[in-house]
Design a protein around this ligand. Structure first.
Ligand code: CA
Length: 717
């Protein structure tokens, strides 16, 4: 039926042309998944009711021209429909919408096509990722979405594949393995299609990999080019398009020796891929060093190109155009792979083509995107690792203590002042809306670092900075945590307004609309609409789980919809178990869609408090507990929480495994008894005695909390 509609529409256009009428006078042809191409994405404003690419357009402003929902009626916004998905881990996916169909992903890289008006499922594609891969995913087994191009839907999988699906049926058309799957690579980002090429990067630099961007032919999946972001381990040519710039410039910024030669160096470009069709340049944001700690990675120092950089390339060939490194010689997991926005902005009398980014390091950068020239760089929150950026050299003015030769409480910590959550730009207000977080972290130099292939290899010791578990001390330590929605004026170089989320960092991605609103979900499980000019809260609703993805807007039959996705997980709630607003339910991730007058309701929300009486009595010597804590922080903390109670996402270790015998525990932790459900064994990384020490630490934590449960001081959250 859709095909015949397209044929009729095409015939009508031909008829118009043969009548001698100007073709541009005709209304834009209705788009279907089959007709989404570069021209459609470039001219997305002709189809304001659709959402065709991750940030809607190539410039990725996360701005919708729709304005039926505005400050006057947003108070009547209600749930139109919701759809439960098939995975219960973190949700970071922004849906795409074309021809009445929503394409969205969940954790474990599962793709869904839903009726965008009703939520009814049309098809599901599960790439059947080996769940043991979850151990290699630093920041949960999330996925940020798909790309659509000429009848195909593209998804990157957590185990490193790029898969093209038939948009009509969800059946695979081609599949390419984009990484060495024996190494701890993961893909969480949405692919982008530019000039018939699918671009995809990867993550994994916490574990030890070498980052790169690859372009594949959208039709066939054939590889077209690859650009590495860290040197060849022997500084030899790879036969890749990046060879020349490494020989000319980048290799010299790395020590010939150092842990990077084993750990891959990092630079994994796991998120931002943004394209300017006029300049014909694609901009890639790159990740942190591997290992993080430069003293270990490149002992004689050096900037270590292209870590933590924005790299500009020609999309046809991958040829280098320019780069700007936000954090030279990075040592803190300060990626610059955060979302990038392109805009044309008037500074005085001059309109400049700029690129804007708020990477983890806390500075807001405005660059001339034709040349890479730095226009401005200003801290968008209070940070202490650097005091500013030297505008002559473009380099940060570092606080020497921040390189943690002695332990140093650094702001921001590895989760950054801003992470993957999409920021938005409104051409109406001229403001950039940044989901910012204040999450300090104590970094310490790891003296006894030993590279362990496939495991966590940062060279930075966090155990010294563990949050206290005693409630009052813990509350005091957590008081410094905060989320902010910063409405940044890139011309005035300061915030226009800031909405604060006290004690709730990790607020979500942002949608700006022509209705004068910005939408954002937060860790407090509320989804809000703000007045884009003033920051006044105009509407809010309970989402049950945090809705942290970049929301989108679309229109069908004259009705404007606001859509987002919600779930338990993503990196902060996974590792910072203080961040869980309430005990999780094992329900699945969800798509939530709102419209004016929507009356749908969510099912009741069940919480399940853990049993407060851990049964095991014996838990080893204090020395064993201390050693267990150290091993826990090196191996387990990221997924099981800094106090071993990551309830609701991964098992709350204090209770669920507490009754496990020494042998059960070893079977699970070392030998991978539960690998099928995402808990891979750590053989080669954790010895049986170390596993037993972890058990002692976890039991000790359980007893600590249980003995406190009878006391009046309830934990702060
Ligand atoms: Ca990282």
């Amino acid at each position: 039926m859709r095909l015949s509609t397209a044929i009729v529409a095409g015939a009508a256009l031909l008829a118009l042309a043969s009548c001698g009428k100007k073709q541009e006078a005709a209304a834009p042809q209705a788009l279907t998944a089959a007709t989404v191409d570069g021209a459609a994405i470039v001219n997305a404003d002709q189809h304001p009711g659709l959402w065709l690419s991750y940030g809607r357009t190539y410039s990725e402003q996360h701005y919708s021209p729709l304005k039926k929902i505005d400050a006057s009626n947003v108070g009547q916004l209600g749930l139109a429909w919701y759809a439960d998905l098939d995975a219960n881990r973190g949700m970071e996916s922004s849906p795409l919408v074309v021809d009445g169909v929503m394409y969205v992903t969940s954790a474990w890289s599962i793709v869904y096509a839903l009726d965008a008006k009703t939520g009814e499922r049309k098809w599901t594609f599960d790439p059947k990722v080996d769940k043991a891969r979850g151990q290699k995913a630093c920041c949960d087994v999330v996925n940020r979405g798909v790309a659509i191009w000429k009848g195909k839907v593209y998804v990157g999988t957590i185990d490193g594949r790029l898969i093209a699906l038939d948009a009509a049926t969800g059946k695979p058309v081609w599949e390419k393995v984009t990484v060495d799957q024996s190494k701890p690579y993961t893909i969480t980002g949405a692919p982008r299609v530019i000039k018939g090429k699918v671009l995809i990067g990867q993550g994994g630099a916490e574990y030890g990999v070498r980052g790169y961007m690859t372009a594949y032919d959208a039709e066939t999946g054939d590889q077209i080019w690859r650009f590495y972001m860290a040197p060849n381990p022997e500084k030899k040519p790879d036969g890749a398009v990046s060879d020349k710039i490494f020989a000319d410039k980048a290799n010299a910024t790395w020590d010939d020796k150092g842990e990077w030669t084993e750990a891959g160096g990092g630079g994994t470009p796991w998120d931002a891929i943004v394209y300017d069709p006029d300049l014909d340049i694609v901009y890639i944001g790159t990740g942190n060093g591997s290992p993080w700690n430069r003293r270990l990675r490149s002992p004689s120092g050096g900037d270590n190109l292209f870590l933590s950089s924005i790299v500009a390339l020609k999309p046809d060939t991958g040829e280098y155009v320019w780069h700007y490194q936000t954090t030279p010689g990075e040592s803190w997991d300060y990626t610059a792979t955060q979302p990038i926005i392109l805009a044309d902005i008037k500074f005085g009398d001059t309109v400049r083509k700029v690129l804007m980014q708020a990477p983890k390091n806390g500075f807001f950068y405005v660059l001339d995107r034709a040349t890479g020239e730095l226009i401005s760089a200003d801290a968008f929150q209070d940070i202490n690792w650097a005091t500013g950026v030297d505008m002559k050299t473009g380099r940060p003015i570092e606080n020497p203590a921040a390189r943690y030769q002695e332990p140093f409480l650094t702001i921001p910590g590895p989760l950054g002042a801003h992470n993957w959550h999409p920021m938005a730009y409104s051409p109406d207000t001229g403001l950039v809306y940044i989901p910012a977080h204040t999450i300090p972290s104590l970094y310490a130099d790891m003296q006894n670092f030993e590279y362990r292939p496939g495991f966590w290899n940062t060279g930075t010791d966090f155990s010294a900075g563990a949050l206290p578990t005693e409630p009052k001390a813990r509350a005091a330590a957590l008081a410094g945590l905060e989320g902010q929605l910063v409405a940044w004026d890139p011309v005035a170089r300061k915030p226009k307004w800031v909405h604060k989320y006290p004690a709730d960092p990790w607020n979500g991605g942002i949608l700006a609309t022509a209705g004068g609103l910005v939408f954002e979900g937060a860790l407090d499980t509320r989804f809000r609409a703000f007045d884009a000019a003033t920051g006044d809260v105009k509407w809010e609703i309970d989402t049950q789980y945090p809705a942290l993805s970049g929301p989108v807007s679309y229109e069908i039959d004259g009705v404007q919809y606001i859509a987002t996705t919600a779930g338990w997980g993503t990196s902060l709630p996974l590792s910072g178990d203080f961040a869980l607003p309430k005990l999780g339910s094992p329900d699945n991730g969800r798509v939530l869609v709102y419209k004016i007058g929507g009356t749908a309701t969510l099912p009741p929300y069940d919480t399940f408090p853990p049993d407060p009486t851990p049964p095991a009595a014996d838990f080893g010597s204090q020395q064993m507990v201390e050693h267990g804590k150290d091993v826990f922080f090196r191996n387990c903390m990221v997924c099981h929480g800094e106090s071993a109670k990551s309830g609701g996402i991964t098992p709350d270790l204090r209770w669920t495994m507490i009754a496990a015998s020494k042998d059960d525990w070893k079977d699970i932790v070392v030998d991978g008894k539960y690998a099928h459900s995402g808990m891979a064994g750590f053989k080669g990384g954790i010895s049986p005695p170390d596993a037993e020490a972890i058990r002692a630490y976890v039991i000790a934590r359980a007893h600590e909390d249980a003995s406190r449960a009878a006391q009046p001081d309830a934990p702060p959250k």
